[in-house]
Design a protein around this ligand. Structure first.
Ligand code: AMP
Length: 197
């Protein structure tokens, strides 16, 4: 894993630990010479992440739809800015060029990107590790809901278990390096037979 995509808030969040988590993640990237792919903005946790890497001469690729570039939230110091037509195309590009994905605390944009890559893995359109940096338990309620969805039979336990979670960036990255994709065939067979096919 050398190119990692990070999804995170366009806001800073209320708890100072969120900013610290973004900084620690950036420091980890610098130490391990990892390339960052992200939304390309110069606001929120995204700004902390990108600025820290750029200050350390580390490569940062921003992917942004034209509509957001025109709103002037784009980071002007990026190593590379990839302009795309839509939010959907941005996610496709992120998946194409990244080896792994990490969600830091964020809002709907972060949730959207996180669930998108989970579905890519679920459908085996890709087989890449997806992790959550669960700073200050920010994602606890979302993870509880995912467990609820497993209990209620809408999410397979193995797909839920595919999601790697830690509140520590080093542990998270170590676990992501050991990621093993689950087999899909049985799942597809099961959902077909449940529907009488
Ligand atoms: P949010 O979590 O709702 O703050 O959205 C942040 C995530 O969605 C990031 O990972 C970005 O890829 C994308 N995003 C949302 N808003 C922006 C923005 N103003 N500029 C760039 N990317 C954004």
């Amino acid at each position: 894993m050398t190119t990692i995509c990070v999804f995170c808030g366009s806001s800073m969040g209320t708890n100072p630990l969120y900013k610290e988590a973004a900084k620690q993640t950036a420091d980890y990237f610098v130490q391990h010479r990892l390339k960052l792919v992200y939304g390309g903005a110069s606001v929120g946790l995204m700004k902390i992440l990108a600025d820290t890497l750029l200050e350390n001469n580390q490569e940062v690729i921003g992917i942004m739809p034209g509509l957001l570039i025109e709103k002037e939230v784009v980071h002007n110091g990026l190593t590379q800015l990839i302009r795309v037509e839509s939010m959907a195309e941005r996610k496709v590009k992120m998946v194409e060029i990244s080896d792994a994905f990490i969600a830091l605390p964020g809002g709907f944009g972060t949730f959207d990107e996180l669930t998108e890559v989970l579905i890519y893995n679920q459908l085996r359109v890709m087989d890449k590790p997806v992790g959550i940096l669960n700073t200050a338990g920010y994602f606890d309620k979302m993870l509880d809901f995912f467990d609820h969805a497993v209990q209620e039979g809408f999410v397979r336990a193995e797909h839920r278990d595919n999601l790697i979670v830690s509140d520590n960036i080093e542990t998270l990255m170590q676990q992501m390096q050991q990621y093993q994709p689950v087999s899909t065939k049985k799942w597809i067979e099961d959902i077909k037979s449940e529907s009488g096919k």
